[in-house]
Design a binder for this molecule. Structure first.
Ligand code: EPZ
Length: 431
């Protein structure tokens, strides 16, 4: 099994180019089958989740051509099956975006229940509520969500909780429903806005994405588009925290600073210096880090997908910090791994981490429990004294393209190793 071997202690210095946003790419790729015309999508991150989704779409008859590593041509005119179920698709959360897309276009879709990172119960009741409000029959059988409608009819839907996935799924179906739909208490994440912009570029009529009320006027059909996905807010944030914890100096390039405001604000609070330009942010960490408190919230609050990364930094910051996770119920599993490195963290009630900062981490063998926690453990290993091994790095490959190569470019001593022999070789090399 592949692992990262890491020798920590180097400040990371240099520039890193941020790729397209995974969580925007997934719904945009799914939505591209909603027209029979050809769609061109650029800036798709080459990560496992997007690869799996594209494969699953090919399996139901979607034409997919990779123009280059980040650009695909998609044509959904010859879909031969509305049942999406294979061993891969069950592993990714975003498979359920095919429900909204296919239901909107064909009024029928059956898709395997979503998997995804194990970060707590990941209910889909709000998706189902939204589909039903549009006139869809929905039931769950043999591990599939089955949806069918005679007609989709616009509706006024109040989401009981703010959900990125439910907002996106209902928005996709509503675009091709008859009449108007209003989604209240909608998610406001940049990827929700990016999907709305993409759908509008295909002829949809969506207003208000980015606010908590989205208004959609249904149209009869959508047409082709040529679209470029926004940069990945979480990949950018992860590299910004890499600078913080390694006492480094990193310019993250090709970002939208507005999307990173909550992350930038916390980095400034803990003692980093930030300089923003139009499409890049420089993070310099030259002073000792200091404690703060943070609570994860829907956008524009501090993202749950950055919670492990900030915890890694706060565990190295002077004083006591409190991190409260308000989105998912099981997102502190990586804390046991940080404790192996010398961190002083207590998790109370499953949603609160009380952190007493320590001056340093020491290297250890760590298991990545999920995507973002996996990336955060890599940051901890880069900050630590000595050698670490991060196992289960397939999680990290779900959402970070060339993670170790980008880190190497910043001066990190990190390699993928496949055997004890390769690990020994790495140890000899780094001394
Ligand atoms: C998306 O997941 C992202 N995934 C997650 O990123 C991200 O952590 C999350 O949004 C929050 O920002 C993708 O975009 C593919 P939610 P999603 O629906 O859509 C509850 C990553 O690391 N809920 O906003 O599944 C749910 O249990 C991943 O890139 C219901 O109760 O998140 C959770 O507590 C991990 N009923 C909360 O809402 C529902 O019907 C937020 O979930 C739907 C959700």
């Amino acid at each position: 099994m592949e692992q990262y071997a890491i020798k920590g202690g180097n400040p990371l210095v240099g520039e890193v180019e941020i790729g397209g946003a995974k969580n925007a790419a997934l719904p945009i790729i799914a939505a591209s089958v909603m027209t029979d015309d050809t769609v061109y999508i650029d800036n798709i991150p080459d990560v496992r989740d997007t690869q799996v989704l594209l494969k699953a779409m090919e399996n139901i008859g979607v034409f997919v051509k990779h123009e280059n590593r980040h650009k695909v041509t998609i044509n959904g005119a010859n879909i031969h099956s509305l049942v999406v179920d294979d061993e891969y698709i069950r592993k990714i959360r975003a498979s359920y975006y095919l429900i909204g897309a296919l239901l909107g276009k064909y009024k029928h879709a059956e898709v395997a229940l979503p998997g995804g990172c194990d970060i707590g119960c990941r209910a889909i009741d709000q998706h189902i509520k939204g589909f039903r409000a549009l006139g869809t029959e929905v039931y769950i059988e043999h591990g599939l969500i089955k949806t069918r409608a005679k007609r989709l009819v616009g509706s006024h839907i109040y989401m009981d909780i703010v959900s990125v996935g439910a907002t996106i799924n209902v928005m996709m179906a509503a675009v091709l429903a008859e009449g108007r739909t209003i989604i209240e208490n909608a998610a406001k994440e940049p990827h929700v806005v990016d999907l709305a912009n993409f759908l509008n570029s295909m002829g949809a009529e969506i207003k208000g994405a980015g606010t908590d009320v989205i208004r959609i006027r249904g149209v009869q059909k959508l047409h082709g588009s040529d679209y470029t996905i926004i940069p990945d807010q979480i990949e950018a944030g992860t590299f910004m925290f890499a600078a913080a914890v390694t006492k480094g100096d990193i310019v993250v390039k090709n970002v939208i600073p507005k999307h990173l405001e909550s992350i930038s604000a916390k980095l400034t609070e803990i003692g980093c210096e930030l300089k923003e330009a139009d499409d890049c942010i420089r993070v310099v960490s030259s002073k000792p880090l200091v404690h703060t408190h943070v609570k994860t919230l829907p956008y524009p609050g501090f993202p749950t997908d950055m919670q492990p990364q900030i915890t890694v930094a706060l565990a190295l910051s002077r004083g006591t910090s409190i991190v409260t996770e308000s989105i998912f119920e099981n997102r502190f599993k990586y804390v046991d791994e940080l404790i192996k490195m010398g961190a002083n963290i207590k998790v109370e009630g499953g949603d609160t981490a009380i952190i007493d900062g320590v001056p340093k981490y020491s290297g250890a063998t760590l298991a990545a429990p999920d995507l973002r926690a996996g990336a955060a453990l890599v940051l901890a290993a880069l900050a630590a004294e000595g050698l670490s091994v991060v196992e289960d790095i397939h999680y990290i490959a779900r959402g970070y393209e060339d993670f170790h190569l980008k880190l190497q470019n910043l001066g990190a001593q990190i390699e993928v190793v496949n055997s004890e022999r390769e690990l020994q070789r790495f140890k000899l090399k780094v001394g």
